[in-house]
Design a protein around this ligand. Structure first.
Ligand SMILES: [Zn+2]
Length: 695
């Protein structure tokens, strides 16, 4: 397929890269669409040319134009190569360097640009440079031919980068570029650390971020004139920006290698996010529009899509969704920030920052998601909820989308509702044998209340669904009341709650009871009316499954009393409570055995656990260096028997109840977790982290 060129992207975005005289003057920050303030209209500081001003108007009827404004002045200046592979800032200087002949630059600068002139794919027109590369041995004929081939296929790339990929040595190539462009070439000695020949103070004055963003390495002061290493010769704007930032009349630019810049900046500021030229083009080129198929497209939507920027944005959004599915994420967070947009995925319960879309695309990404979620794209001041039905790699997915206006635009969160993740067999939930047997007894009882408890995201719904699926749907009438219905269950009547119109849990439950039910699953018991109705249902011969928000099993009993149930009703109706959490599993690729410390041994012995061997995840690519991949449940099951009923009637406090349960041999959440550390499923740290609140 055709590789996307940055100019193509800009064209798609309605920014004309060829327009002369636009580069230096740009509108200030993107007008916040829902906060018409001084920023939204040209103020005294506003020095944009008329055509730029025109584009800043965020007309609701023309979302694309409003959407594609450059977002920050600093990112629009200077020759910038993006450092993060997933970030690409199409800035003017880059455009100028590749396109605009009027731009003041050295003849060699122009010659260099002609090498990566996108309009002439593969044309290595600068014979002076190629001759020198060959004669100096910096590149072989074969490497040059290979580079030519690659540049023909993927336009807009730099010869240097392609040659280095082909095996040429960056320093040698860069030296040739320096010679041809009449600049000096210098290398630093990274082995000497901070003494390696670069200027840490100047880096600080320019800011590390700026240096990283523009691949700039200050080398030293020469009198009043700082010597600054850059990685490309066509740097007119960059030089202006550096002078401005340092407050000096002149700087001397020399060429250095990208390797040296990255190495030195890492010495100063720690690891840079990533290296190389793996930019948005590469991301986009690997994603087809059809990779993620959105269902239900109407004519009008297609038009809106065109307005929202077409290919690059659609592909980028597809890429986000694809990656999320590939990484097994449960949620996608897309957050506009001051300068950058952030995309984070929740994987195994934790948020990871995954990518930073190009700022120029930010608004369009939000618009695109709103379009496919059937939301009103012109409404930016109110939160909205929608749904996207799509197929990724042949897998049908539902995404529940919600938007929320925030400081820098709209934050979008997409919950990935993957039927596969909820389709877990009861046997695969991680119950130990004893718990499994007791649990099966509870869910197969003819009547009574069975509760699953734990915080949000602890897998309660999965447990309930898995349990319901084991019941005989042919001979029983099984119904649910949910808020919201996230997954469809075969053979089960599911009812959606609507609090706004008075369809609350209690009312739905009362209606269900007139429908001759056998088993009822109630999304949650959170008020007295629902609790009372649930007890009535249980005491009149129905099995009621529901959830509560409590930390552990014993406190569910006292919670029901606190909600307003008489203790004797709780004792009579409740058959059992299952408390649960999800623990991250150690990554199967990188987990290794580890000798426990003396303290740890002591701790484990105190908990009555074997202490000779533990496991840990070293971290690898597969687990994003977290050492964990996938999750497993831990459980604490309280079965209410006659002795416990007698006790509950006396309305004990939580501590008493807990003590009694412990005496009777109930496995606590923590104990169940520690058992799972012995078999190498998870780590002690993880167990302690997750069960902290349960103790
Ligand atoms: Zn791993």
């Amino acid at each position: 397929m055709k590789k996307l060129d940055i100019d193509d992207i800009l064209n798609e975005l309605g920014i004309d890269p060829n327009k002369p005289g636009e580069a230096p003057a740009r509108p200030r920050a993107r007008p916040t669409p829902f906060l018409p303030g001084p920023d939204a209209t040209p103020g005294p500081n506003f020095s944009a040319p008329p055509d730029a001003t025109r584009r800043t108007k965020p007309g609701p009827g023309n979302p694309a134009q409003g959407a594609f404004l450059p977002s920050s002045p600093s990112s629009q200046r200077g020759v910038g190569r993006s450092i993060t592979p997933r970030t690409y800032e199409p800035d003017e200087a880059e455009i100028v360097s590749t396109r605009s002949p009027e731009q003041p630059s050295s003849p060699i600068g122009e010659a260099m640009t002609s090498i990566h002139q996108p309009d002439q794919p593969g044309a290595l027109t600068n014979s002076e440079l190629t001759d020198l590369l060959l004669s100096s041995g910096a590149a072989t004929q074969q490497q040059l031919a290979g580079a030519q081939q690659i540049m023909r296929q993927s336009q807009g790339r730099r010869l240097l980068d392609v040659l280095v990929e082909q095996g040429a040595i960056e320093a040698k190539v860069q030296e040739c570029v320096a010679t041809v462009s009449g600049m000096g070439f210098e290398a630093v000695d990274l082995g000497k650390g901070l003494e390696g020949g670069f200027d840490g103070k100047l880096i600080q004055r320019l800011t590390l971020e700026f240096c990283q963003q523009h691949m700039v390495l200050p080398l030293r002061q020469e009198g009043l004139r700082p010597v600054i290493g850059v990685t490309r010769p066509d740097t007119a704007f960059l030089s202006d920006e550096i002078r401005r930032r340092l407050g000096v009349p002149a700087v001397r630019l020399v060429l250095v290698t990208g390797f040296d810049v990255r190495g030195a900046l890492e010495i100063v500021g720690g690891p840079m996010k990533s290296q190389g030229e793996d930019d948005v083009n590469d991301i986009l080129s690997s994603v087809q529009e059809t990779d993620v198929q959105v269902e239900k497209k109407s004519e009008s939507e297609v038009d809106l899509e065109r307005a929202a920027g077409e290919n690059p944005v659609i592909r980028y959004v597809n890429y986000i969704i694809q990656q999320a599915v590939k990484e097994g994420a449960s949620d996608i967070h897309i957050e506009p920030g001051d300068k950058k947009m952030k995309v984070r995925f929740r994987i195994d319960g934790e948020l990871y920052e995954m990518m930073q879309p190009p700022p120029a695309m930010s608004a369009a990404i939000t618009s695109r998601i709103k379009i496919i979620a059937n939301l009103d794209i012109s409404e930016r001041r109110l939160p909205q909820d929608g749904r996207i039905r799509c197929a990724v790699a042949g897998r049908k997915l539902d995404l529940r989308v919600s938007t929320l206006p925030c400081g820098y635009g709209e934050k979008v969160v997409m919950r990935i509702l993957d039927t596969r993740s909820i389709n877990v067999k009861l046997e695969d939930l991680g119950f130990d044998e004893n718990t499994m047997q007791l649990w099966r007894g509870l869910i197969n009882a003819p009547h009574g209340i069975v509760l699953v408890t734990g915080p949000t995201g602890s897998g309660k719904t999965t447990t309930l669904y898995s349990s319901l699926r084991t019941l005989d749907k042919t001979s029983m009438n099984i119904s649910t009341v949910e808020d919201p219905i996230e997954y469809h269950l075969d053979g089960i009547t599911q009812t959606q709650m609507h609090d706004k119109i008075g369809m609350n849990f209690a009312r739905a439950l009362k209606a269900l009871l007139r429908q001759d039910p056998d088993v009822i699953m109630l999304g949650e018991i959170r008020d007295q009316e629902t609790a009372v109705t649930a007890v009535q249902a249980a005491l009149t011969g129905h099995l009621v499954l529901s959830t509560l928000h409590t930390n552990d099993a014993p406190s569910s009993i006292t919670r029901l009393v606190n909600i307003g149930l008489e203790p004797f009703l709780v004792a009579a109706a409740v058959n059992g409570v299952l408390a649960q959490r999800l623990l991250r599993k150690l990554c199967s690729v990188c987990k290794v055995e580890k000798e426990p410390s003396e303290e740890m041994k002591e701790f484990l012995l105190m908990q009555g656990m074997p202490s000779d061997k533990l496991w840990t995840g070293k971290g690898c690519d597969k687990c994003r260096n977290s050492g964990y991949s996938g999750r497993v449940g831990i459980y604490e099951l309280l079965v209410v028997d006659d002795q416990l009923r007698d006790f509950i009637v006396r309305s004990p406090n939580v501590a008493e109840l807990r003590r009694l349960c412990a005496e009777r041999g109930m496995t606590t959440l923590r104990a169940d977790g520690l058992k799972k550390t012995a078999s190498g499923k998870t780590s002690v740290e993880e167990v302690l982290r997750v069960t902290e609140s349960a103790m």
